[in-house]
Design a binder for this molecule. Structure first.
Ligand SMILES: Nc1ncnc2c1ncn2[C@@H]1O[C@H](COP(=O)(O)OP(=O)(O)OP(=O)(O)O)[C@@H](O)[C@H]1O
Length: 291
C-alpha cells in the first residue's frame, strides 16, 4: 500500500455562525490524482487552505507527509506546490524576476522545465519582461501554475487552476498535468467546476457537501456504477442497497435513489416493474450528490 501523503481528521471551520467544514475526514495516498467537487461556497478553498496549514481550523488536524500542516519542516514545504484561487504574485516584478526570486528558495528548482513552460505558455517574448501587475488574469494564472510546478513538487494542490484560462491554455495545462506531473507519481488535488477537464485527468473525484467529503471514488468506476432509480414510494420502499448514496422524495411523492450498482444488480432492477434505472453523466452526478 502506498503511504498516506495527506491525512485530515475531523476538521471543523466556521466563519462567524456559518459552519463551513463540519468534520472532514480525508486520507490521500501517494500518487492519487483527485478532483475536488462541490457547489459554490461549499468550502473547497477553505478546505484546501486548512489542509495546507494556511488557514487555522477551529478543531481537527491536517498532516502532510506525516507532519502537522501548521508546523511543516523546510523539506516538506519544499515538496509542496500550490496554486491559490487568486494568485498572489509579486505584481511589481516581471515573470523572470519573480521566478528567479523563488528559485533561490527551492533546492529542487527545475530550470529546464521553467524555461520550457515559459516558452510554450506565452512567455517567449515581451511578456516575460512585463510587470506582473500588467498581465491579464489568464497570464497571471499560467505564471502561478509555472511557479507551482517549477520545483517538481511531490504534492500539488490547485484551487480552480483553469478558471481564467482560455481553451488553449486549459489544454496546455492538462497536457502538462498528465505528461509532466501525474507520470511522476505526484499526488495532485485540484478543485474545479469544469467537469469535462476532470474527465480527462482526474483519476478520483471527491465531493464536498454539507461540510464533509461525502463521496470519493475512482471516476471511471463511479460513472459506471452510479445509477438513479426512480419510481413510486411504494416500489422503492422495498429496495435496500449495499452502496446507497442518497434517497429523496420529491414534492409529488416520487422517490429517487442514487446508488452504486454492478451490472447484474442494474439488470435485475430493470427487469422488475415500476422502476426506472438510469446511469448518470458526471454533471448529473454532481447535481445529485451536491443537492
Ligand atoms: N475569510 C472569510 N470570512 C468569512 N467568510 C468566509 C471567508 N472565506 C470563506 N468564507 C465563506 O465560507 C464559505 C466557503 O467559501 P469557499 O471559498 O471555501 O467555498 P468554495 O467551495 O471554494 O467556493 P467557490 O466554488 O465559489 O470557489 C462561503 O460561504 C464563504 O463566503
Amino acid at each position: 500500500m502506498k503511504p498516506s501523503i495527506v491525512n485530515i481528521a475531523n476538521l471543523h471551520k466556521s466563519f462567524g455562525s456559518q459552519q463551513v467544514l463540519q468534520g472532514v475526514n480525508w486520507d490521500i495516498a501517494q500518487g492519487k490524482v483527485i478532483g475536488l467537487l462541490g457547489r459554490n461556497g461549499a468550502g473547497k478553498s477553505t478546505l484546501l487552505e486548512c489542509l495546507l496549514g494556511l488557514r487555522e481550523a477551529d478543531s481537527g488536524a491536517s498532516t502532510l507527509f506525516g507532519q502537522p500542516a501548521t508546523a511543516l519542516g523546510d523539506q516538506v514545504r519544499a515538496a509542496i506546490g500550490y496554486v491559490p484561487q487568486k494568485s498572489e504574485l509579486f505584481e511589481w516584478l516581471t515573470p523572470v524576476q519573480m521566478l528567479d526570486y523563488f528559485k533561490v528558495l527551492y533546492p529542487r528548482w527545475n530550470a529546464d522545465k521553467v524555461a520550457g513552460l515559459l516558452e510554450r505558455w506565452g512567455f517567449a517574448g515581451e511578456a516575460r519582461h512585463t510587470q506582473i501587475g500588467r498581465l491579464s488574469g489568464g497570464e497571471k494564472q499560467r505564471l502561478s501554475i509555472i511557479r507551482a510546478l517549477a520545483h517538481d513538487p511531490a504534492l500539488l494542490v490547485l484551487d480552480e487552476p483553469v478558471a481564467s484560462l482560455d481553451p488553449v491554455g486549459r489544454r496546455d495545462f492538462l497536457h502538462e498535468l498528465v505528461d509532466g506531473v501525474i507520470e511522476r507519481d505526484t499526488t495532485v488535488i485540484f478543485s474545479t467546476h469544469i467537469l469535462s477537464d476532470l474527465e480527462r485527468v482526474a483519476l478520483d473525484v471527491a465531493f464536498l457537501q454539507g461540510g464533509k467529503i461525502t463521496l470519493q471514488a475512482p471516476l471511471d468506476e463511479l460513472l459506471e456504477s452510479a445509477h438513479r432509480i426512480t419510481g413510486t414510494a411504494a416500489a422503492l420502499a422495498r429496495l435496500q442497497f449495499r452502496d446507497e448514496i442518497r434517497r429523496q422524495q420529491d414534492r409529488s411523492g416520487g422517490v429517487s435513489i442514487l446508488a452504486r450498482l454492478n451490472g447484474q444488480e442494474a439488470a435485475d432492477l430493470r427487469a422488475g416493474p415500476d422502476l426506472r434505472v438510469e446511469t448518470l453523466s458526471l454533471e448529473d452526478l454532481f447535481v445529485e450528490v451536491t443537492k
